[in-house]
Design a binder for this molecule. Structure first.
Ligand SMILES: [Zn+2]
Length: 509
């Protein structure tokens, strides 16, 4: 029997497309991947099916739109077929090493199909939130500060000065950190690659599927010091790095004031990407060493991007589906896939899983919504992709079921045009990404009327399909899993609200 090729999927959290060299970034974030792109298919307009992590991964792993089972269902439903479970059934041994992202945990179904599933969450108990300045002592300074905070709303312009002084004061009283390693919240990419290399060395000749999810560019931005040196930015002290992260997390400053530190923060973010690149190279060397590289099907992508004030915001909250949040790098390297760059037309990550299965001659399950791409990659014709992304506005804490029930935001991209729809309040913006790549100027209602109507029809059809094709069985199983987890919570934690238990909520939306 022919030996089955190894499949390696690398996903990077928060990696926007315009920060990798093979898509034109001028800083040296990805020298190894840039070289690899010469023997790969480069997809210049890869679009996630939702953002952030929890709205992106159902498409990557199960080729399904994130809200297809209802807004209140998060992650993969129990027994839903995934890339991993299909490969396992086809005789693959499977392993996942993910860098402590709580939304990729087994409680959301992501262990489905993996023989080895290591999410590092037990070691990392910190919630996935940005760094907060916390001064909790009862000293005279804290008492004085509490008094000042009470009168802060009446300070007028003096309030700004007080905010700045208070921020600086907090920075100085925080206990000193010994190193960037001590400040980092997630295992760095080298930790995951160590695990992956050990696993590869332990599985003999079995066909293998390996998934790594790296968090190095995720905030708070504390890159490896080696990566800062490689980026020509050595000498940054842990104090300075923490200062920058705290500054970037301030809620009392407007975008104009944040801008002053934007460049410095991006340097930290870029160094995180560089570390990913260094570790991907190390992994590829290992694959070569164990004779798995030549026929390996290798995919490198991200779950969403990151905003650096592009539209006035920071990080990656679910709200607007702008390009900096949904446009990600995608590089596919396989002996059966042509080495070229696709035309600049959207390619949804919904199609990634069936395409990877096709590359190793394993049939994709009928439940997968994505189409197989393979043959089309080789044809030198204009690419005509459509990419739909969706999320729930304001759902920044999906551990709270009520946070999941906000209004939907939807974007449809085709060719150079992108339509963004918000439902509450209703807003419809059409952008020409060629003329306005920064999405700063929505087109007038009279522009591209035919194309606008066409994109609206695609959006409507997507919503109709979402309801029509919904599997009530999958939905029910996922909701029951949620409820079981709620009931298992230790005493003192909130039980599900009454409406969460009603059959209407369980079966409808
Ligand atoms: Zn993410």
């Amino acid at each position: 029997m022919k030996k089955q090729p190894t499949i390696v999927l690398i996903t990077v959290d928060c990696l926007r497309a315009d920060h990798v060299g093979f898509l034109g970034y001028e800083r040296p974030t990805t020298p190894f991947l840039d070289a690899l792109s010469g023997e790969s298919l480069v997809v210049p307009q890869a679009i996630v099916a939702g953002a952030p992590t929890y709205y992106s991964f159902p498409a990557i792993m199960a080729s399904r739109y994130p809200l297809a089972l209802g807004r209140d269902v998060l992650g993969i439903a129990p027994d839903e077929p995934t890339l991993a479970s299909v490969l396992k059934q086809a005789g693959y041994v499977t392993a996942a090493f993910t860098a402590a992202n709580p939304y990729l945990a087994s409680r959301f179904g992501y262990e489905e199909g993996f023989d080895v599933f290591r999410d590092f969450l037990k070691e990392e108990t910190e919630p996935l939130s940005e760094e907060r300045v916390n001064v909790g002592s009862d000293g005279w300074a804290s008492r004085l500060n509490r008094k000042l905070q009470e009168v802060r709303p009446y300070m007028g312009p003096m309030g700004k000065i007080y905010d700045q002084l208070y921020f600086e004061y907090c920075q100085r009283i925080m206990p000193a950190a010994k190193s960037l390693d001590a400040l980092r919240r997630f295992p760095a990419a080298d930790v995951l690659v160590d695990e992956a290399c050990a696993w590869l060395a332990s599985i003999g000749d079995s066909p293998a599927f390996l998934w790594l999810h790296m968090m190095d560019p995720h905030s708070p931005y504390y890159p490896k010091e080696e990566a800062l040196v490689l980026m020509g930015h050595d000498g940054l002290t842990p104090f300075q790095a923490r200062y920058l992260n705290s500054y970037w997390n301030r809620s009392d400053l407007g975008p104009g004031e944040m801008k002053r530190r934007r460049h410095d923060v991006i340097e930290l973010y870029d160094a995180g990407i560089r570390w990913v690149d260094v570790q991907v190279e190390r992994l590829v060397r290992k694959l070569q060493e164990v004779n798995r590289w030549d026929d390996c099907v290798f995919a490198f992508t991200a779950d969403h991007g990151e905003e650096f004030l592009d539209h006035g915001g920071r990080y990656h909250p679910p709200s607007r589906l702008m390009e900096e949040l949904i446009h990600v790098p995608l590089l596919l390297r396989s002996p059966g896939i042509p080495k070229r760059e696709l035309p600049k037309s959207p390619f949804s990550l919904l199609h990634l899983a069936p395409t990877l299965l096709n590359a190793v001659d394993v049939a994709a399950p009928s439940e997968f919504e994505g189409r197989i791409h393979g043959q089309e990659f080789g044809e030198n014709r204009e690419w005509d992709g459509i990419a739909i992304s969706e999320c729930v506005a304001g759902c920044t804490n999906p551990f709270r079921p009520e946070s999941r029930m906000g209004p939907r935001v939807l974007s449809v991209g085709q060719s150079r045009l992108k339509l963004v729809l918000s439902f509450d309040p209703p807003v419809e913006h059409l952008y020409d990404l060629e003329a306005d790549p920064g999405e700063q100027f929505p087109l007038k209602a009279t522009a591209f009327i035919v194309e606008r109507r066409h994109l609206l029809e695609i959006a409507r059809e997507h919503l109709r399909q979402s309801y029509r094709q919904r599997s009530s069985e999958r939905r029910l199983q996922a909701r029951l899993r949620d409820l079981r987890l709620e009931w298992q919570k230790p005493e003192g934690k909130t039980l599900p609200a009454v409406q969460e238990l009603s059959p209407g909520v369980l079966l409808g939306e």
